[in-house]
Write a protein that binds this ligand. Structure first.
Ligand code: NAP
Ligand code: MG
Length: 484
């Protein structure tokens, strides 16, 4: 399992009070490892170390950008060197299939490479202010950052925050999700080997209210970047407001997936299904509200059902598996609860697959893919984020109709549009209130580009150069040139 202790101020440590908790293998329900149950005292140690490393210039001020860049590039290399090991660890801790974990870890390596490049390219501006003065607008790291991440892409969500924060010159305390702490601990080992100085990168494991909450209230933390549920996001925003801490929120969604009648069905059907069932549906941007133009509705539903029936559930470690277990018993029960909700709301359960019969997986948290037909966007299964392999299909009449339906949600993370008509695609893309819109695709999230939500899907942006803004302050230095 590799290291299972926390990483604070360059040292491997247990919780101050000695407590631990278990992380499980969701395919079997068995204990994978026991990790420290961090709490306020541990967070305080980590934040104090991060504060010291920031204030004494260990990272942001005294380390030249080139050195920061080299260290991040080394981290990328180390992730590649340990690729298979990291992939297996991610599969075991969160359940996803091997192919999905390979995609995640590959992107983790690229994330460090990409932001390693940026470390030497963060620059300001010199706006003209007349002949007798010079105004320098410079970018500076925001300071100590608390990074709180979920369990669905454990190492990738962590890298998505750690890499730009370190590139910007910030020091960080990372709090991984309680269900999936192992790759974050491995990331600390990689950071240390790559030459990240003590105190710059710290990992505190534990439960949200115990190991996450103290980051929100600690006066030495300047910024919180959070990825997770909307409700915890609201709590974070509210708590951080007391100290006016900077906050970035990447939250959930109920994203529309729109299939027009003229779409290339050889792409639209598998793409739509992958957009809902990929990663077991545990995806913030899942296109879980599937709108299908009425004239092709029956054919599309039959094709999506056939596609879903071909999904093979099993242990993520089995190369034949295309859908793993959900992350926890709690998540499984939550998702199965929504299948009951859909039935009781009168939606038609058009398809439900089978869970694995292998006795070795009898205690795993499997949920078979399900497809509901709904006639209204008002049902709970069309409005609430399920975060599991449950698709809700709704027919629509025309562009205006589907844009209205797509936007009839409190969320605004993503949308997918399938059509051969480029004008219709772009007209729809402009009209949908969401931070990410895919045309003839679903779910790609290239690290060079942009991620983030409109409305209740979040505040701020990640990925690409946009993520750097979340870890930078901007300062004006005004120089009187003495001409007046
Ligand atoms: P969650 O319950 O909100 O938890 C996310 C993280 O916050 C975990 O590390 C959690 O710790 C921590 N946390 C919980 N309560 C806290 C508190 N009071 N103070 C500080 N931290 C606290 O979300 P989740 O169930 O892990 O993940 C699923 C959600 O994440 C979905 O809504 C999904 O849409 C969203 N998500 C969004 C994106 C995006 O980019 N927009 C990406 C992935 C996931 P514990 O693990 O100990 O509870
Ligand atoms: Mg686990």
């Amino acid at each position: 399992m590799g290291p299972t202790e926390m990483y604070i101020d360059g040292a491997r440590v247990g919780a101050a009070d000695g407590r631990t908790f278990d992380t499980l293998d969701p395919a079997t329900g068995s204990v994978l490892a026991s990790v420290p149950r961090g709490a306020a005292a541990d967070v305080d140690r980590a934040v104090t170390a991060a504060r010291r490393a920031f204030d004494d210039g260990t990272w942001g001020a005294a380390v030249a950008e080139r050195e920061r860049s080299r260290i991040l590039l080394r981290m990328a290399e180390l992730v590649r060197d340990r690729f298979d090991e990291l992939v297996e660890l991610e599969v075991r801790d969160c359940g996803k299939p091997l192919a999905d974990a390979r995609g995640d870890i590959d992107e983790v390596a690229f994330m460090f490479e990409y932001y390693g490049g940026w470390a030497t390219k963060i620059s300001g501006d010199i706006p003209p202010v007349g002949p007798d003065a010079m105004s320098l607008v410079v970018k500076e790291p925001v300071g100590v950052c608390g990074l709180i991440v979920p369990w669905n892409y454990p190492m990738l969500m962590a890298a998505q925050k750690v890499a730009p924060a370190l590139a910007a010159g910030c020091t960080v305390v990372l709090k991984p999700a309680e269900q999936t702490p192992l790759t974050a601990l491995r990331m600390a080992e990689i950071a240390e080997t790559a030459g990240v100085p003590a105190g710059v990168f710290n990992v505190v494991t534990g439960y949200g209210p115990e190991a996450g909450e103290p980051l929100l209230t600690h006066p030495a933390v300047d910024k919180i970047s959070f990825t997770g549920s909307r409700d915890v996001g609201i709590h974070i925003q509210r708590t951080c407001a007391a100290q006016l801490k900077r906050v970035t929120l990447e939250l959930g969604g109920k994203s529309p997936n729109i299939v027009f009648a003229d779409a290339d069905m050889t792409g639209a059907i598998p793409g739509t299904c992958a957009g809902v069932f990929g990663n077991q549906g545990e995806v913030c941007s899942a296109g879980s509200r599937v709108f299908v133009e009425r004239s092709i509705y029956d054919d599309a539903l039959a094709a999506m059902t056939a596609e879903a029936a071909a999904i093979r559930l099993g242990s993520g470690l089995d190369p034949a598996t295309t859908m793993g277990p959900l992350v926890s018993a709690e998540q499984r029960d939550r998702v199965l609860g929504y299948v009951d909700v859909g039935r009781s709301e009168g939606a038609h359960l058009a398809f439900q697959g089978d869970v694995p019969t292998d006795p070795a997986l009898a205690n795993g948290y499997f949920v078979a893919p399900a497809i509901f037909e709904a006639t209204s966007n008002d049902l709970r299964i069309a409005r609430e984020e399920i975060f599991g392999p449950v698709m809700t299909v709704i027919p629509f009449a025309d562009v205006d109709d589907v844009v209205r339906l797509a936007n009839d949600t409190e969320y605004g993370l993503a949308a997918a549009i399938w059509t051969r008509d480029i004008s219709r695609a772009l007209r729809t893309a402009k009209a949908v209130r969401a931070g990410v819109v895919w045309i003839n695709d679903s779910q790609p999230a290239p690290s060079e580009s942009l991620w983030g939500g409109y409305k209740q899907s979040g505040i701020g942006r990640e990925l690409g150069p946009y993520a750097l803004d979340a870890y930078l302050e901007t300062k004006q230095i005004y120089v009187n040139l003495g001409g007046r």
